[in-house]
Ligand binder design. Structure first.
Ligand SMILES: [Mg+2]
Length: 161
């Protein structure tokens, strides 16, 4: 249940060609520490370009965040993709809302995120393919930091330097 289907160092390093070849048509992207550093609004040119390339190649893209402020929607607006805030991952609600926005079937939708107990577990609960990324920065909300310690136990990862 907690095993990601794939790993990528960063969002922009997830191969769109590979996703397309495997029949995926929808991409759900986590916000904090996957697309932007925690608490920031600025995303990297590479990640913005990846989102644009995904859309140009015909993927439906949606942001899903447990964060509840309008920063989530603002970033979605800036990227011209829909966004679901206050998702309560790993509960299914947020990803279900994203699936409705994407209008893609579950078995053709992939979740990309940096957390095991929210993004990956939430994806698995709905039968979605999931790719785990390295968190963009080590600074995190306290609750997230606790979860990361548990992630390291599960994945056998060493703490970030
Ligand atoms: Mg995250």
């Amino acid at each position: 249940m907690l095993r990601p289907d794939g790993f990528a160092e960063r969002l922009c390093l997830v191969s769109l060609a590979d996703l397309a070849a495997r029949g995926f048509t929808g991409i759900i992207v986590d916000l904090d520490n996957t697309l932007v550093a925690y608490g920031r609004e600025q995303l990297s040119d590479e990640d913005a370009a990846w989102i644009a390339a995904a859309r140009a190649q015909g993927f439906a893209v949606c942001l899903v965040s447990n964060n509840f402020n309008d920063r989530v929607l603002k970033i979605g607006d800036a990227l011209d993709v829909p966004a679901v805030a206050n998702a309560l991952k790993p509960l299914p609600r947020g990803f279900e809302a994203a699936l409705r926005l994407l209008a893609t079937p579950r078995d053709r939708t992939v979740v990309v995120g940096d957390q095991l107990f929210t993004d990956m577990l939430g994806a698995k609960l709905l039968g979605l393919h999931c790719i785990l990324t390295e968190p963009l920065v080590a600074k995190d909300w306290l609750g997230t930091r606790v979860l990361r310690m548990l992630e390291r136990v599960v994945l056998g990862r060493r703490p970030a330097a």
